[in-house]
Design a protein around this ligand. Structure first.
Ligand SMILES: NC(=O)c1ccc[n+]([C@@H]2O[C@H](COP(=O)([O-])OP(=O)(O)OC[C@H]3O[C@@H](n4cnc5c(N)ncnc54)[C@H](O)[C@@H]3O)[C@@H](O)[C@H]2O)c1
Length: 368
């Protein structure tokens, strides 16, 4: 079995709570060589907690004869760091959103092909055992599909990670933070391509590209299995100061509608994320727990009826953790040549839809 030498770039919340412990747990597959982060507080915490070497810069980490890198840095840095990693011959796992614009994702696809390396995006839901069982439980035809509904209320991570070892870096120099913010602004301008409001900026970078992107990707996988392409965007609103994002997409020439809403509820320590597919004669619902609650199965319910007799089937596919399984998948793609479950091409399709929603919101204006 080939053990891969891996490094982690950006050791904030997702890397400290998920990727680093998970890579260590998968010690037969990965040797975690070191981490890089400009925050001395964060990287030293990782060294103190796990005994892993830390580096201030990405270049110092890339000098450690790595095979692969896991990128968990802020969104605007993904593009340059993925390209830098591919350029030095590393396989790359990068968190979502891969990039804001389709042009940036196309550059990554070209660089991946030139480097002949694996590039996987961090859509862990595709590795969720219940999601995989949902794919296998779909009817063989889309002819009875009538609606897809996505509803998420999310307070963000705080209620679900308080029991985990995690230290937030508060020592990033102000000029570095300002440079990343300016870069993000330029990237978003290029991505959206039309004048936008502050509200649209917050909704596009927050509710849409940071949060709803997971559900868009998951629904795309379900629709692919049914052979249903995206249709016209028929509605989009960004609301609640950008904490809320909503969208509606026509499917099957209007025989079905996909609606989605994400809302951050910062002071409500409750998380709900539901994806429901309604057919003429059945519904299939996935209810995800907060992603930070590891080994907590996603509920999969298939509802059917025979006349007045309603039947609800609760399907359970095990307790495997999606964040762990996505790392196994990354390893298997590199070592065994398994298909990449989440290639950058998927990110391009997801981002195209989120950009379409943002432009639609801008075209129709915010509601009062
Ligand atoms: N898959 C998921 O469910 C999930 C959940 C949370 C976050 N994420 C994604 O993970 C990424 C990180 O999110 P987070 O919540 O951990 O953010 P965070 O702010 O907690 O962590 C980001 C880290 O990157 C570091 N950093 C800043 N500049 C850097 C640079 N130039 N090079 C290297 N590191 C740098 C910061 O110091 C910080 O430690 C984001 O892209 C986010 O969208 C994914």
């Amino acid at each position: 079995m080939s053990r891969l030498r891996v490094g982690v770039v950006g050791v904030g919340m997702i890397s400290q709570v998920e990727h680093i412990p998970n890579l260590l747990r998968l010690g037969e597959l990965f040797e975690l060589v070191g981490v890089a982060d400009p925050s001395r507080i964060s990287r030293q915490f990782v060294t103190d907690t796990h005994g892993i070497a830390n580096f201030e810069t990405v270049d110092q980490l890339f000098d450690q004869r790595l095979d692969a890198v896991v990128i968990g840095s802020p969104d605007p840095l993904h593009h340059e760091q993925v390209l830098a990693a591919l350029a030095v011959g590393l396989h790359v796992f990068c968190e979502k959103p891969l990039c804001y614009s389709l042009a940036e994702i196309a550059e990554i696809v070209a660089a991946r092909d030139a480097a002949r390396k694996i590039m996987q995006v961090g859509y862990m839901k595709r590795f969720d055992p219940s999601y995989r069982l949902a794919l296998a439980s779909l009817p063989g035809t889309s002819s009875t599909l009538r609606a897809v509904s996505v509803e998420v209320n999310d307070p963000d991570a705080w209620p679900f990670i308080a029991h985990q070892p995690y230290r937030r870096g508060t020592d990033i120099p102000k000029d570095m933070i300002a440079a990343v913010a300016a870069k993000q602004k330029r990237q978003v301008e290029q991505a959206i391509g039309v004048p936008f409001t502050d509200l649209a900026f917050r909704g596009f970078t927050g509710a849409y590209s940071s949060a709803l992107i997971h559900d868009v990707n998951a629904v795309h996988g379900l629709l692919d299995a049914l052979g249903v392409p995206d249709g016209e965007i028929v509605g989009a609103q960004i609301f609640a100061n950008g904490d809320g994002g909503q969208g509606a997409v026509k499917l099957l020439d209007g025989q079905a509608l996909w609606t989605m809403t994400h809302l951050t509820v910062p002071k409500l320590a409750d998380y709900k994320e539901r994806i429901t597919l309604f057919f003429d004669d059945a519904s299939l619902e996935l209810e995800f727990p907060s992603p930070w609650l590891n080994h907590h199965p996603t509920r999969l319910t298939v509802t059917t009826s025979h006349g007045h007799t309603l039947s609800k089937k609760d399907l359970r596919a095990g307790y495997a953790e999606a964040f762990v399984e996505e790392m196994r998948g990354f390893w298997a793609a590199i070592v065994n040549g398994d298909p990449v479950v989440n290639p950058p091409e998927h990110a391009a399709r997801d981002q195209a839809l989120l950009l379409g929603l943002t432009r639609r919101h801008l075209a129709t204006g915010p509601f009062d």
